[in-house]
Design a protein around this ligand. Structure first.
Ligand SMILES: NC(=O)c1ccc[n+]([C@@H]2O[C@H](COP(=O)([O-])OP(=O)(O)OC[C@H]3O[C@@H](n4cnc5c(N)ncnc54)[C@H](OP(=O)(O)O)[C@@H]3O)[C@@H](O)[C@H]2O)c1
Length: 402
């Protein structure tokens, strides 16, 4: 190791689960941060665990390009016990996040936990309390919040460029016939795995509503919204379409109450032709103009600023990476990005490294309190519409065998 590298803060990752998103995230960890002008940290995958076998974990490590020294474990407990692991990325279905993240925290590990953070707010609160008790870092892996595009949109808002923001529309729908895409045991529709559009996709519509109407307010002025909602169930009992109308209480000085309209569905999409012809998926509206973000809400790359004074500014954000000719490919499932382009999950990983380097215990762009308020919002939507999950995945009892 040369002196230059020795001066870098290295974050040593353990990967808990070996499914689709664990693969995309891990591949992004192998990209040199210097390709995105991040020069003072490094990521290293030191281990992965599969609940099915050590062999599966080892195959996974090879597939994502982890160093040959990385260890493959056949149980999550062994990963948590590994002294070389600084932080664990939890990438199981939502139903399992509480049990898995609690296992990590109890074992003294920092945690980055996939969205939706937990099944309900009670579980999110317990995790937050445990992290505080153990003085550990804990963050919900809402990767989009750490994109340069999201930072740009939030800066547009806080700079006052579109005036006081009064309303945000945000949709994440995926234009998929669930009967054809998922069998009833699939995590997207299976209540045993906390399936449904709300927790899997609606969380991104809520992310945009919250990061434009809540996170961009002065901290002391952030107030939880009231919620009115409508939800359509799929035959499995999970939701296939959900619509939420949120009212954020705000002082007259800051602009008065603001409205957020967050929608999600399997069958429709805000981008039917895949070219943005149908318009933006997100519209953040102020009294001087609006900022628009184009589909998909989880990995957007295009914005449009339209002001009352006639200004129209379009911006495109590309994801950095090793570049053309590198042979590097990432994406999610069968959806591959162009050669050399990162998926964009490294931005949240960088935030974990910065936080641990600086001694912070929470994410900068979405702290635990905000994750809890969002879980409370989804709890309320489920309550208003009678959508419950099995008790064993709603419980805060730890450990519970799932
Ligand atoms: N940020 C994003 O863009 C994004 C995208 C997709 C998904 N996600 C989130 O990531 C999480 C995982 O999604 P995924 O698409 O990666 O799911 P997946 O492909 O089904 O993988 C889930 C993994 O969890 C482990 N697991 C443990 N118990 C399980 C059980 N009872 N049933 C199924 N899997 C079990 C399995 O790994 P082992 O056998 O190795 O233990 C499995 O491979 C979800 O919470 C989802 O919301 C995030």
């Amino acid at each position: 190791m040369d002196r230059h590298n020795m001066s870098k803060f290295t974050l040593r990752w353990g990967i808990l689960a070996t499914g689709g998103i664990a693969e995309s995230f891990s591949r992004d960890l192998t990209v040199n941060p210097e390709t995105r002008n991040v020069n003072d940290i490094k990521h290293e995958i030191v281990a992965a665990a599969s609940s099915s076998s050590a062999d599966r974990a080892s195959q996974f490590l090879k597939k994502v390009g982890a160093p040959s020294s990385a260890k493959g474990y056949g149980s999550y407990e062994e990963l948590v016990a590994d002294k070389d692991v600084d932080i664990i990325y939890v990438a199981t279905p939502h139903s399992h996040h509480y049990q898995n993240a609690m296992l990590c925290l109890e074992g003294g590990k920092n945690v980055l936990c996939e969205k939706a953070f937990t099944v309900n707010a009670a579980q999110a609160k317990k995790l937050s309390e445990k992290a505080k008790e153990k003085n550990l870092f804990l963050m919900e892996a809402v990767w989009t919040r750490y994109f340069p595009l999201s930072i740009y949109v939030r800066d547009i808002i806080t700079s006052g460029k579109i005036g006081k923001v009064h309303r945000t529309f945000a949709d994440l729908s995926i234009g998929t016939l669930p009967e054809e895409a998922f069998d009833n045991s699939h995590r997207m529709v299976n209540p045993d795995l906390a399936g449904g559009a709300l927790l899997d996709l609606g969380i991104y519509a809520l992310t945009w509503v919250f990061q434009t109407l809540y996170h961009t307010q002065p901290e002391s002025a952030r107030k939880a919204p009231t919620v009115v909602s409508s939800l359509k169930k799929y035959p499995t009992g999970a939701d296939e379409m959900t619509t939420m109308l949120l009212t954020f209480p705000r002082s007259e000085e800051l602009g008065g109450d603001a409205h957020g309209i967050a929608t999600t569905a399997f069958r429709t999409t805000p981008d039917p032709d895949g070219k943005g012809s149908a318009g933006p998926a997100i519209r953040v509206q102020g009294d001087k103009g609006e900022i628009q973000v184009f589909h998909p809400a989880f990995r957007p790359s295009k914005t449009k600023l339209v002001l009352f004074d006639g200004t129209v500014e379009e911006k495109t954000f590309t994801q950095p990476g090793p570049g053309k000719g590198s042979g590097f490919y990432n994406g999610f499932g069968d959806d591959k990005n162009p050669e050399g382009e990162g998926h964009g999950m490294f931005w949240e990983a960088d935030e974990c490294a910065f936080a641990l380097k600086e001694g912070r215990k929470e994410g900068k762009y979405e702290g635990l309190q905000e994750s809890i308020v969002i879980m409370e919002t989804m709890d309320e939507v489920r309550k208003q519409n009678g959508m419950t999950y099995p008790e064993k995945i709603e419980t805060t009892k730890f450990p519970t065998q799932l």
